[in-house]
Design a protein around this ligand. Structure first.
Ligand code: SAH
Ligand code: SF4
Ligand code: F3S
Length: 448
């Protein structure tokens, strides 16, 4: 509990002014913890705003908290286990636990029955969080209509020069391994007018770089606007210097869109194109809607249009029925394509998804073996991709103080590759730098 001393005006009947008196207000202290993807990270800013508007004090550690709000993820079992473990510890310490987000939607009642949380709610019910923290109301009675976009809320972030904004929510793809469509509900795009208002608000606050987010952002469509139309329009807004987007489903990337993107000077040269597997059999059973040849064709379009592309991907090994040969095809494709970076996962059965009911589940130790070998393989490629840059010059955009190192700053190249800049300067500044070497995985840069 947090004690606030405030001056309250005293008004008599008929508006007579009796001066002021000093009163003490007890404010709830709330700790917000976030798991999962960029979408959850962006949602955390919405929840922070809702908490602040309700007069709830947000604290940076759980020790002083009366209530804990968790924005959870269910994409893999490990993500659920971590959140459940933390929630149990917090309840053990006598704190009120509100478990929100994807796991809240999917596990609901079983978390309450299991004594893991006091309240659970899904990604479309964040507006209920402040009253639950304050103990003013119970959960929303009606099931959520699955159409929430929060587009009336003005976003606030914690980086003064860079922000993310969800332009669409939910997913209709139902890849057979994935829980997101069940957790986040059907796909819905935010009307352009709402997005422009939110983006102008961010630009007015000094934001220069914006990432447009969606589980499948290329599928944005609203009022006759497709994603590429949206990108072109947003890029024209005064004050926006850098514009990125995440995450793209390779199936939805067209050659025409890539060519139009090449004409947008503000666009960041980052393409995150999750491949998952390079075996056409596996891709088919995953329901991804592309084969490896089509995927590589898209990579070629992107690299042709943006020669300095930072190409990243997601890879998933140990999907049901993945043979050693299927897995080798993925290793071969990783060599051939040369991703600059990859997020790599071992398949995790998700209850309710179609893949969980497939035969031929790969034994868990074998999934882990394949993952460990893939990581080793890709790490060498990631390293070579960074080493190739040493000696080059690049324009960098300064985004944050470096976590360690006196006066050093974190900065991003045009393709979002991160460098540690040995120079103390303002956030949001753009300057020319020489890439001088590597320290571990980080690229070191000096101003030219
Ligand atoms: N919308 C994004 C993915 C969101 S989930 C897209 O389509 O690319 C992020 C990544 O988690 C996926 O790309 C996949 O590689 C991984 N993932 C999803 N479900 C998984 C599961 N059941 N087990 C392991 N990894 C999974
Ligand atoms: Fe999941 Fe597929 Fe939707 Fe991505 S596109 S969120 S992997 S169902
Ligand atoms: Fe996880 Fe939900 Fe994101 S399941 S990956 S937090 S959409």
């Amino acid at each position: 509990m947090f004690l606030d001393i405030v001056k309250m005006p005293l008004k008599g009947t008929g508006g007579l002014d009796y001066g002021c008196r000093i009163v003490r207000i007890f404010r709830m202290n709330c700790f917000l913890k976030v798991y999962g993807c960029q979408m959850n990270a962006a949602d955390a800013h919405l929840v922070s705003r809702l908490l602040a508007e309700a007069g709830i004090n947000q604290v940076s550690g759980s020790n002083e908290a009366d209530a804990v709000v968790l924005l959870t993820c269910s994409v893999r079992q490990r993500a659920e286990d971590r959140a459940a473990g933390f929630a149990r510890t917090m309840r053990g310490e006598g704190k009120k636990v509100i478990l929100a987000g994807c796991m809240g939607r999917l596990r609901g009642k079983e978390l309450i029955d299991g004594g893991i949380a006091d309240f659970v709610l899904g990604p479309d019910d964040y507006r209920a969080i402040p009253s639950l923290v304050l103990g003013k109301s119970a959960l929303p009675q009606r099931p959520s209509p699955n159409l929430e976009t929060y587009s009336d809320l003005l976003p606030s972030g914690n980086n003064p020069v860079s922000a993310s904004l969800a332009v669409m929510r939910g997913c209709n793809n139902y890849c057979t391994y994935c829980v997101v469509p069940y957790a986040r509900g059907p796909e819905r795009s935010v009307p352009y007018a709402d997005l422009e208002r939110q983006i102008r608000h961010l630009l007015d606050k000094g934001i220069k770089q914006i990432f447009l987010l969606g589980q499948n952002v290329l599928a944005y469509h609203r009022e006759g606007m497709e994603f590429i139309d949206l990108v072109e329009r947003v890029a024209r807004l005064e004050g926006l210097e850098r514009l990125g987007f995440l995450t793209s489903h390779p199936r939805d990337l067209s050659r025409e869109a890539v060519q139009r993107m090449a004409g947008i000077p503000q666009l960041l040269h980052l393409f995150h194109l999750p491949l998952q597997s390079a075996s056409n059999d596996v891709l088919k059973r995953m329901g991804r809607g592309y084969g490896i040849a089509e995927y590589e064709e898209r990579v070629a379009w992107v690299r042709e249009a943006f020669p300095d592309t930072y190409l990243t991907t997601d890879l998933l090994v140990g999907f049901p029925g993945e043979t050693e040969r299927d897995y080798q095809l993925t290793l071969d494709a990783v060599d051939r394509i040369g991703f600059d970076f990859a997020y790599m996962f071992a398949y995790s059965e998700r209850p309710g998804t179609r893949a969980a009911d497939m035969g031929n589940q790969v034994a868990v130790p074998e999934r882990k073996r394949r993952l460990a070998q893939l990581i080793e393989h890709q790490n060498a490629i990631t390293r070579r991709s960074a080493e190739r840059l040493v000696g080059a010059e690049a324009e960098v955009f300064v985004t944050a103080p470096a976590p360690r190192g006196e006066g050093a700053m974190l900065a991003e190249m045009k393709n979002t590759r991160l460098v540690i800049l040995n120079h103390n300067t303002r956030l949001g500044e753009k300057l020319k730098a020489r890439l001088v070497g590597l320290a571990g995985w980080s690229i070191l840069a000096e101003p030219c």
